[in-house]
Design a protein around this ligand. Structure first.
Ligand SMILES: Nc1ncnc2c1ncn2[C@@H]1O[C@H](COP(=O)(O)OP(=O)(O)OP(=O)(O)O)[C@@H](O)[C@H]1O
Ligand SMILES: [Mg+2]
Length: 221
């Protein structure tokens, strides 16, 4: 289970402060898909970065299976991410000169899985996400929507227990949204906590649980 309790995050810039999150709270249960939706700039990506432990909140608590993410040391964070987390970030970060198959397989290769097995699992996901035809091309040759699915596949390839997916369908057509949804849904095992941030009605309609966020404040609906 993931619990976010009264989280606040303020950025202090040179001559102003930005209140990215004022009071964000949510509970995401294993086996369910929890969707956080809200307008651009409402704090979705900041919230996900805090859950992933990339940044720390000013106030509040983030608890994953009893673990206070907001209090972990850097060393503990590395092991938390390696052991539990799959994070499909909003931005498409792809190694341009690396083959797509290895871009997807990378988290497995880092964990010491042999290349044949790692590629097999990457290929399987690519097939489901309808990007199989790109697998043996270099990353830079892909379109935005294709890259989106590579980044999503990379976050799924380790079968993580905590899955954060920030805007899975941006730049993707309606037909491929169906593949994306099916692939995510299929991966959600009984003990997987899955969070998706989106503005997309297609995803919103299919959520098990919905949280609305506006100007850094969450609402349970
Ligand atoms: N590093 C930062 N420094 C200052 N302000 C930031 C920083 N990161 C985010 N913000 C601000 O925090 C607010 C929330 O940003 P966030 O990226 O979480 O929005 P979002 O809901 O993900 O939007 P979108 O739907 O466009 O992705 C925005 O006003 C943004 O400008
Ligand atoms: Mg965002």
């Amino acid at each position: 289970m993931l619990t976010v309790k009264n989280v606040r995050k303020t950025y202090v810039l040179r001559n102003m402060t930005v209140q990215a999150l004022r009071d964000a709270s949510l509970v995401a249960e294993p086996g369910e898909i929890t969707v956080v939706y809200g307008p651009s700039g409402s704090g979705k990506s900041v919230l996900f970065n805090l859950i992933a432990g990339f940044e720390r909140p000013d106030m509040g608590e983030i608890i994953y299976n009893g673990l206070r993410i907001d209090r972990l040391t850097w060393r503990e964070l590395i092991s938390f991410r390696r052991g539990s987390l799959g994070y499909c970030m909003q931005k498409n970060i792809i190694f341009p000169r690396m083959k797509v198959v290895d871009n997807i397989a990378l988290p497995l290769l880092i964990r010491g899985v042999n290349r044949v097995e790692a590629r097999r699992r990457a290929e399987d996901l690519a097939r489901k996400l309808n990007i199989e035809y790109t697998l043996y091309r270099e990353g830079y040759t892909l379109s935005g929507g294709e890259q989106r699915r590579v980044v999503l596949a990379r976050s799924l390839v380790t079968d993580p227990h905590l899955l954060l997916i920030d805007e899975p369908t941006s730049g993707v057509d309606e037909e491929n949204k169906v593949y994306i949804w099916k692939t995510i849904k299929e991966r959600v095992g009984g003990n997987t906590v899955t969070l998706i941030a989106t503005h997309d009605e297609f995803i919103k309609e299919r959520a098990d649980k919905l949280f609305k966020i506006e100007r850094g404040i969450t609402m349970n609906i």
